[in-house]
Design a protein around this ligand. Sequence first.
Ligand SMILES: [Zn+2]
Length: 373
Amino acid sequence: MKKFGFKLITIDKKCKARVGKVTTPHGTFETPVFMPVGTQGTVKALMPRDLKDAGTEILLSNAYHLYIRPGTEIIRKLKGLHKFMAWDGPILTDSGGYQVFSLSKLRSISEEGVKFNSHFDGREIFLTPEKVIEIQEALGSDIAMIFDECPAATKDKAVIEKAVHITLRWARRAKKHHKLSSQALFGIVQGGTFRDLRRESLERTLEIGFDGYALGGLSVGEPKPEMLSVLDEILPMMPTDRPRYLMGVGTPLDFFEAVERGADMFDCVNPTRYGRNGTAFTSDGLVVVRNGKYQKDAAPIQKDCACYTCRNFSRAYLRHLVNSHEILGAELITLHNVHFFVNLVKNMRAKIRQGRFLQFKKAFFNRFDPETR
Ligand SMILES: [Zn+2]
């Protein structure tokens, strides 16, 4: 079984955008890469063969959600998450730190761990950094994330500082407890928009040593320029020989900004969430399929898109499906959106190799209608 590895292939001559190659027990993929989100062990509305057809190379799932339901033991008995969901490519599992702090009824945070009530059935649960490692080892994901304290966006520095420090102590315990050698373990850098806390969090996470490093707690409501200035400050300090994962970001325009600054991996629920609501992402901007102006429109969502939806269906038909609340409408638009996100980031790799990333970014920004952002 192949072990996890990362190799830097090239850096664009005119900016910090880079192409890398990640090896996992379930196959290799290049970065920058977009990971569709399959929180419950399914990317909503898409079958694994649709995901492959859309060009998906790695999926994201969530340890917290799968632990709550159906339970880790069931998935372990059914030979792990890959078999359970019939996806044979790489999977990254998020630890669920973000979900514990945003979804559940939090009871208490102690040095030992977090006590909370399940958002699903209300039962009391106690999660520790070690337990979260055990859950992800049982799921058998290719990349596991440490359990971090993820406070809501705040200007209160003391709150963020406390979260940075407890996350560092939990990171040390997670690293010590992690035994599954075929599974990579990523550290998470916190610190909100406070540069000194971000630097401290990064330096001390690097001292512990992980297979890759994630930036958490961004795109949680802070103004866009603040997020970009954190990326400007922190990405150049991150090691060049490890993947850099920007968690939960974001929009096509965000990907360009982050890739230009040297980020490698992305996940976001936007393509699936918007798809279910009948909104498509295109190079021209967002297309709200239910709009009356598409009633007789024979064109596909995007003329130069190669996805199954655009090869076969008109805007008029998709609008009819959405308006009739037909499940196929959500499926077809989600498929287009995932194809769009995955292939946009894939195309960035080709442009970085040619040293033309910045031209590609400029052309994309010029074409994408800002009114629809
Ligand atoms: Zn399409």
